[in-house]
Design a protein around this ligand. Structure first.
Ligand code: GLA
Length: 381
């Protein structure tokens, strides 16, 4: 793969100095949605699809970025002394944001190529951010640790791009060391990994192909609502995060909420945190039926209490359940993008054909399905 990336990069750039090549995966979150900004547990894993990049240093302060995924845009150029977000630079803004954090001494020529479907909720942006962090860190021997790069990447999303996302995506992509799922406690960043063995079931990712418009504003709105819920409950409990509370605490505090919406958001957060821990135990005990049931419950909570699903995700999840998946839920931020389903191995093609046909018939959209494996973490190649 490394040689292929270098060859393609050399078709674009006249690389004269040392070339650094890196890889960074996409991710899917199995369960624990919208908890990483509430101090909760999440259970993501990296995929065997991702982003490759080759970089070569320059002697001036210019950065040229070329993506094989958007060749028509040609190389995007910016300079180290003007690192500001510009909508027309599209994907290159993630590079710019990371460069601003990394603060390299000189510019570089960058070639990237990825196979994560963009805008589908599989973290193509976090994958790109961590990739840039790794290869520029290596190129200029900047001595940042992995966790430094993860925190920089989150800051790029939060400040440079303006989506107040949590740390889950960047953390799992930047920190995971083996093909496993990661139970991450986002309150203190402790984590443990667990082998994913779904036995007679396969994880199918379904892309609704609904574009995620308004996603960032809705995402930030949910964060605000959680803050409101936290402020209410903090008066009663000594807590730093919503996820320190249990369902029992929530039930005892229902009268404190004058706003039903805030109450529902809080209920999602607290119950989802408990489901995530239960799902981890189920995976450990190889109780795949229970794991599937928890996926279904997670989706209901995200649909009814957190309201981040929408017609396309709800339709696809219901169709998978109807045709034989033992569990299905939206994954990622929601509002479109992808869902996951646990499908009996022998029924994969039968179920996906049926889901596709009914989904297209009722919504007029053509879905896509990916049968991907759990993959490695980010690395220099
Ligand atoms: C997006 C964000 C993550 C996380 C999920 C929802 O993927 O980038 O930080 O909040 O949504 O779980």
């Amino acid at each position: 793969m490394k040689d292929g990336v270098i060859k393609k990069a050399k078709e674009i750039f006249d690389f004269k100095n040392e070339i650094i090549v890196g890889y960074s995966p996409g991710r899917v979150n199995l369960i624990g949605e919208h908890l990483d900004y509430n101090g909760g547990y999440v259970l993501p894993c990296t995929l065997d699809i991702g982003t490759y990049g080759a970089v070569c240093g320059r002697e001036d302060n210019r950065v040229y970025c070329f993506s094989d995924n958007f060749p028509e845009k040609g190389p995007v150029m910016f300079t180290l002394n003007k690192l500001i977000y510009q909508a027309e630079d599209e994907w290159a803004n993630y590079v710019k944001g990371m460069v601003k954090e990394l603060n390299p001494p000189f510019g570089f020529d960058l070639y990237v190529k990825g196979n994560i479907p963009p805008g589908a909720g599989l973290s193509s942006s976090a994958s790109l951010e961590i990739l840039i962090g790794l290869i520029i860190n290596q190129l200029y021997q900047l001595n940042y640790s992995r966790i430094d790069l993860v925190k920089m990447a989150q800051k790029v999303e939060n400040v440079f791009i303006g989506v107040k996302s949590g740390i889950m995506d960047q953390f799992v992509i930047g920190m995971i060391e083996k093909k496993a799922a990661m139970l991450l406690n986002t309150a203190n960043l402790d984590y443990k990994c667990i082998n994913v063995d779904f036995q007679n079931y396969t994880l199918v990712i379904g892309n609704t192909n609904k574009r995620r418009t308004l996603q960032s504003s809705k995402y930030n709105e949910r964060r605000e609502e959680c803050n409101d819920g936290f402020s209410i409950l903090r008066k009663k409990y000594h807590i730093d995060y919503l996820c320190q509370l249990k369902t029992k605490n929530f039930n005892e505090s229902i009268d404190l909420f004058s706003d039903d919406i805030i109450r529902n958001r809080v209920r999602h957060v607290i119950t989802e945190n408990e489901r995530t821990l239960e799902a981890f135990q189920a995976l450990k005990a190889k109780n795949i039926q229970l794991f599937g049931k928890l996926l279904n419950e997670s989706h209901c909570s995200l649909r009814d209490d957190y309201e981040v699903t929408g017609l396309e995700l709800d339709t696809m999840v219901s169709l998978f359940q109807k045709f034989g998946a033992i569990g299905a839920r939206m994954t990622g931020a929601g509002f479109g993008g992808c869902m996951i389903a646990l499908v009996p191995n022998e029924l994969i093609s039968e179920i996906t054909v049926k889901v596709e046909s009914e989904y297209t018939k009722s919504l007029g959209l053509t879905p896509e399905f990916y049968i991907v494996n759990i993959g490695n973490g980010a690395k220099i190649l």
